[in-house]
Design a protein. Structure first.
Length: 281
């Protein structure tokens, strides 16, 4: 990971910088359009300024099967506010006027398919997106998707799970670029108090089949989680805990402040956690 090619995405470059400094990355997820596109623009800039290394922009979808109640409600609010995939891409363009933070479009496959792969990839790349994670697209069905997105220099990020066999993890990793997203546990998204006991063994299995950076998500919400992951993973993904801050805030400004405070505390824990190089294999 030390020799990053000049044509690499912002994602690869950021992970190379984190690796060089031995620091755990923080990947922040929010649902675009919750409560409005204007609010999301403010939230993204607050997240970037407070230390988020990568930001996942959730494309709201009517049937978010992988998500728990917190993100389901956010999707409902965003759809009610009129958010579409085209609106999300326009937001990316607006973000790029103020920030170069790496951006991942986090979507179910249906909206992408409805837009058309070529049209989507071209629009996402020209807007300034860096990668795409289609949560319900399997590696076996992704050949056209990967070919077209790669032609537009967009990273294709896939999900690995605790139930994935070693062979399956290798297949998922082979289809991925930018980073590999490991789900920490079975089930849907949502903040939890403790990380699963079998997470270290899952990370070891993933490391054995890929040189890609590994980000761990689902259930991560506390600085203590981040401190633990600092010895194991390359990044922690925070989603429901951030979406919850937006949901309970009384105003957009209050939500932006709460998001910034949350990311600052998690980034502080990441900087003080063990770097991977200090941990015995």
């Amino acid at each position: 990971m030390s020799d990053v090619p000049s044509n690499s995405t912002r994602i690869s470059k950021r992970f190379a910088e984190l690796s060089a400094s031995g620091e755990l990355g923080i990947v922040a997820y929010i649902t675009v359009g919750d409560p409005s596109l204007e609010a999301t623009l403010q939230f993204v800039l607050a997240l970037a300024e407070s230390g988020a290394d990568v930001i996942e922009l959730g494309v709201p979808f009517s049937d978010p099967l992988a998500d728990g109640p917190t993100i389901q409600r956010a999707s409902e609010r965003a759809l009610k506010s009129g958010t579409t995939l085209a609106g999300v891409l326009d937001l990316v363009r607006r973000i790029r006027k103020s920030s170069q933070v790496p951006l991942v479009l986090f979507s179910y496959y249906n909206p992408i398919l409805q837009m058309g792969l070529e049209k989507f990839a071209s629009a996402a790349a020209s807007a300034g997106a860096d990668g795409v994670l289609a949560t319900d697209l399997t590696p076996e069905e992704s050949a056209d998707y990967r070919r077209i997105l790669s032609a537009h220099h967009l990273d294709t990020i896939f999900l690995g799970a605790p139930t994935s066999t070693d062979e399956r993890l290798a297949k998922i990793a082979a289809c991925s670029s930018g980073f590999l997203y490991l789900i920490s546990r079975t089930g849907v998204t949502g903040a939890k108090d403790a990380l699963p006991d079998d997470l270290p063994s899952l990370l070891r299995r993933a490391r054995a089949v890929t040189h890609l950076p590994i980000a761990v998500g689902f259930g991560i919400s506390l600085p203590g989680h981040v401190s633990v992951l600092g010895g194991l993973a390359d990044a922690a993904v925070i989603g429901s805990a951030l979406v919850s801050e937006i949901e309970k805030a009384h105003s957009v400004d209050a939500a932006a402040s709460a998001l910034a405070a949350k990311i600052s505390s998690l980034k502080d824990a990441a900087r003080h956690g063990l770097s991977r190089r200090e941990v015995a294999p």
